[in-house]
Ligand binder design. Structure first.
Ligand SMILES: Nc1ncnc2c1ncn2[C@@H]1O[C@H](COP(=O)(O)OP(=O)(O)OP(=O)(O)O)[C@@H](O)[C@H]1O
Ligand SMILES: C[C@@H](N)C(=O)O
Ligand SMILES: [Mg+2]
Ligand SMILES: [Mg+2]
Length: 361
């Protein structure tokens, strides 16, 4: 039996989405092969290690443990994970957004020498920050919509100058986003200066850095990438929002969004999208998984919007659905991700061992 720790929740505005993902991942595990420990990080950042689970949980709510009120209960996790008998064989951080999808927890696992599922520190942090991500994508030659960004302390002193720059360099409608977040939290579509100003103020309530993007009229197409050094890429899926854009409520609340899997696109368009998804994964030095989100224009032009290094992962989320459409089952996908995490860890360990032996000779 392998010991697996599922870490979920998190100090993030995507906390609730993580609970849904965690429930689904736990349900996919083979309980005759894994001893499953749930580790909940509350919205306040308190860590609560649950008792090992005997079976999948019935609902996501039951994963929301009550904490002890001690903010340093991360020590409980460190003790559990460092102890020889209770040490996890692997940890699965099922966290979305800041403090989880951004390299912070991956850094903790690295320092503890714990194998974990998914992207490492670099890919996670560079993939979380939409500005850094855009700069890397530019370097990889990937086409993107025009954008500007600002940092709160700079914006405060030069608000009008920034608004003027947005209006002269970009065309309405504009999409204003916190740089480090997901699930469309904090994003507003602005159609005039007044709305832009409000949208910027709102995005700054989530992050010290914000991005203002030119809106594009295009289809929204997403692809899933899976693997380590030789990643594979899925077919494409199209998001068909029935609202103004694919906002938080369209994603998780009102169920108004439709999806087309596979997306009705040409072979050339699919090829271009797949090449771009792999290029995005590689420039970030990804491991395990990434969902790449694109805009596809009527003339077949591909613009990368962003990647998610720990995308929504319930059986009805786009990332798994694209692999399920290619013949994998959801539990097979979860198992594959665990194996990829173990492979990455073993490869690193092997290098250390070999080097130490070489040094000793
Ligand atoms: N430049 C743009 N032009 C047109 N629509 C946009 C643009 N940027 C974002 N959108 C709309 O807003 C949605 C959310 O944007 P984005 O994917 O960047 O946010 P996110 O918070 O990282 O979401 P997630 O991580 O859940 O995919 C997009 O799916 C799209 O509907
Ligand atoms: C979880 C959300 N950021 C997604 O990418 O699906
Ligand atoms: Mg995102
Ligand atoms: Mg997206």
């Amino acid at each position: 039996m392998k010991k697996i720790g599922i870490v979920y929740g998190g100090k993030s505005a995507e906390h609730e989405v993580s609970l849904m993902t965690a429930k689904a991942v736990i349900a996919a595990l083979d309980f005759s092969n894994y001893i499953v420990t749930p580790i909940y990080i509350t919205l306040d950042g308190e860590w609560v290690c649950g008792d090992t689970l005997q079976a999948p949980v019935e609902d996501a709510e039951s994963l929301r443990f009550t904490g002890t009120g001690q903010k340093d209960s991360i020590e409980q996790f460190v003790t559990l994970a460092s102890n020889k008998t209770s040490r996890f064989d692997i940890v699965f951080p099922v966290l979305h957004g800041p403090n989880g999808e951004d390299g912070t927890i991956q850094g903790l696992f690295e320092m503890m020498n714990l194998p974990y599922v998914g992207n490492g520190v670099l890919a996670s942090s560079a993939g979380m920050d939409k500005v850094v991500m855009k700069q890397l994508f530019h370097q990889a030659g990937l086409k993107q919509v025009p954008y500007l960004y600002s940092i709160h302390s700079q914006y405060e002193g030069s608000q009008e100058t920034f608004l003027d720059a947005c209006e002269s360099e970009l065309k309405y409608p504009l999409f204003v986003k916190p740089a480090n977040l997901g699930s469309s939290v904090g994003i507003t579509k602005a159609k005039n200066r007044g709305e832009l100003e409000k949208a910027i103020d709102y995005a700054f309530t989530y992050d010290r850095k914000i991005v203002v993007e030119q809106g594009i009229v295009a289809r929204e197409v997403e692809l899933s990438v899976l693997g380590n050094d030789e990643p594979t890429v899925s077919i494409a899926g199209e998001v068909l929002p029935t609202k103004d854009f694919y906002d938080y409520s369209a994603k998780y609340v009102d169920g108004t969004t439709n999806y087309a899997i596979p997306a009705a696109i040409s072979e050339t368009e699919l090829y271009d999208l797949q090449q771009a998804a792999i290029a995005a994964f590689k420039i970030l030095d990804g491991s395990g998984l990434v969902r790449a989100d694109f805009f596809l224009t009527d003339s077949g032009e591909v613009f990368i919007n962003e990647v998610n290094t720990l995308p929504g992962f319930t059986p009805i989320s786009m990332y798994p659905k694209l692999w399920i459409a290619s013949g994998k089952t959801y539990p097979q996908l979860v198992e594959e991700l665990i194996q990829l995490g173990l492979e990455r860890f073993e490869e690193k360990q092997h290098r250390v061992t070999t080097r130490n032996e070489d040094d000793a000779q």
